[in-house]
Design a protein around this ligand. Structure first.
Ligand SMILES: Cc1cc2nc3c(=O)[nH]c(=O)nc-3n(C[C@H](O)[C@H](O)[C@H](O)COP(=O)(O)OP(=O)(O)OC[C@H]3O[C@@H](n4cnc5c(N)ncnc54)[C@H](O)[C@@H]3O)c2cc1C
Length: 441
């Protein structure tokens, strides 16, 4: 996804590109063919609504930039209501053919096993990056800056949390500043709610592990439902321990268990539920998590999951131009940068391709505007996200700077999303204008 789009964008700016693709000679557990841009699971690019949905807005921005992935998705679109579903085989075949036909693109089959010492490179090898290259990246970045699995705890929009039940406090009021002493949101549970919650966890529908997703990640990041299976009290002694916290709404009552949420972005619009990585199916997850007092009306920016996924700690390792700080001739793009999803991956490829080509042509492009969907996402992974707890992210409106003067909460949502998408389109058009002279029409 990302590599195809990056190559297309750079080649259209007049820069010759070589794509190195290891398939079909070296396969992965999820890919079936040797085509570029193969969709490994669902055949959907999700919502195509560019006024009310952040993914739809990314579609719009990629179309405005003459993106190859969107052009081929539109050509092979299947009926799917508001979603953009595609005929996956025809889609991948035509992406591959368009790149083969491009006079400035060469496709060289074969695996890359090391970080190249010179030239301009974009590494877009995805969640299933081959082992050799993964090891080479780990040697360069340090092992702790490269993950092989994601263990994602659900992320909640701050404005959907009921603050008449939840409160802000760090355990034992730890911290030097007031901001640190109130860094967590706490949701208290009495005994009956806790017992019902455990029952629901045990009964919930869970996703099976894929082949290749072995139990290596079980050290230190057990799914909550597995903890519950080990004993009904396990969670109360783990992520739900009720110590060091006092509920200001009911100071006399000691909570039986407490769920903590931690700020997930600099804007303070997103909070993750601490230690709540889970393999529950999405429907079940929403239902079970809304049993937590304070989260009855929670809206989720993303739900939890555990997957095989190679990704780097982008907030630490990449600059705003997507370059490896320590070796700036190498850029990263796609899922390996810590975005999640076909669309987000292709979007990061589009940016990397343009930024690399501009640099080769001797032009310094400003980073994409933070108000566009592209800019919000790249800003999050290269700076806005907390490096210490960095986990892959979908595009969502929680990554956008608030628009001043609009109503918060559920009621103001339509107007707010329209304002975000209007502002994003205008910012993105302006940014594209910066390269307009580099792209022959
Ligand atoms: C099992 C699974 C299911 C997923 N399902 C979905 C889904 O339903 N919807 C969704 O939106 N997202 C899904 N994703 C997440 C993600 O969006 C896709 O994996 C997406 O394809 C990522 O795009 P990418 O360009 O970063 O990587 P990819 O599309 O995987 O492209 C990376 C390419 O690099 C090649 N490669 C790897 N290592 C090397 C090497 N050393 N040398 C040369 N080539 C190499 C690979 O063969 C591959 O062609 C899924 C991921 C996985 C693992």
């Amino acid at each position: 996804m990302a590599g195809s789009e990056a190559a297309w964008q750079a080649a259209n700016m007049g820069v010759p590109v070589v794509i190195h693709e290891m398939r079909p000679k070296t396969g992965t557990f999820a890919h079936r063919t040797g085509d570029l841009a193969e969709m490994v699971c669902s055949n959907s690019l999700r919502s195509d609504d560019d006024e009310q949905n952040a993914v739809g807005l990314l579609h719009w921005e990629m179309r405005a930039a003459d993106g190859l992935i969107m052009a081929m998705a539109d050509r092979h679109r299947l009926p799917a209501g508001g979603a953009l579903a595609v005929d996956r085989d025809a889609f991948a075949r035509d992406v591959t053919q368009a790149l083969r036909d491009h006079p400035l693109v060469t496709i060289e089959p074969g695996e890359i096993n090391d970080l190249p010492a010179e030239g301009h490179w974009i590494i877009a090898t995805g969640p299933l990056t081959s082992e050799g290259l993964g090891q080479a990246i780990a040697r360069e970045t340090g092992r702790e800056a490269l993950a092989f699995f994601d263990a994602i705890a659900p992320i909640v929009y701050f404005d959907s949390i009921d603050l008449s039940k939840a409160w802000m406090q760090s355990r034992y009021d730890k911290g030097e500043t007031e901001a640190e002493r109130t860094a967590y949101l706490n949701c208290p549970m009495d005994r009956d709610t806790y017992e019902a919650f455990i029952d629901a966890l045990l009964a919930a529908d869970k996703t099976e592990f894929h082949e290749g997703e072995t139990a290596g990640y079980f050290d230190g990041c057990l799914p909550i439902e597995v903890m519950a299976e080990r004993g009904r009290e396990t969670l109360r002694h783990g992520p739900m321990k009720p110590v060091g916290l006092t509920n200001p709404h009911q100071p006399e009552t000691k909570a039986h268990a407490i769920v903590q949420l931690r700020r997930d972005n600099a804007l303070g619009t997103l909070y993750n539920i601490v230690g709540f990585q889970t393999k529950m199916k999405y429907g079940a997850q929403t239902e079970v998590l809304r049993m937590i007092p304070g989260l009855e009306n929670a809206r989720f920016a993303r739900l939890g999951g555990i997957h095989r996924n190679t990704f780097i700690n982008s907030p630490r390792l990449l600059d705003a131009q997507m370059r490896l700080r320590a070796r700036p001739h190498i850029r990263f793009a796609g899922q390996i940068t810590g975005v999640e999803g076909y669309v987000e991956s292709a979007a990061m490829g589009l940016l990397a391709g343009r930024l690399a080509a501009a640099e080769i042509l001797g032009r310094d492009l400003p980073p994409p505007p933070q108000d566009s969907a592209m800019g919000a996402l790249i800003h999050h992974i290269t700076g806005g996200a907390e490096a210490k707890t960095f986990q892959p992210m979908n595009v969502n409106f929680g990554l956008f700077r608030p628009v001043e003067g609009l109503k918060g909460g559920r009621r103001g949502r339509r107007d707010r999303y329209k304002a975000y998408t209007d502002r994003a389109k205008s910012a993105w058009r302006d940014w594209l204008g910066e390269t307009a002279d580099l792209i022959p029409s």
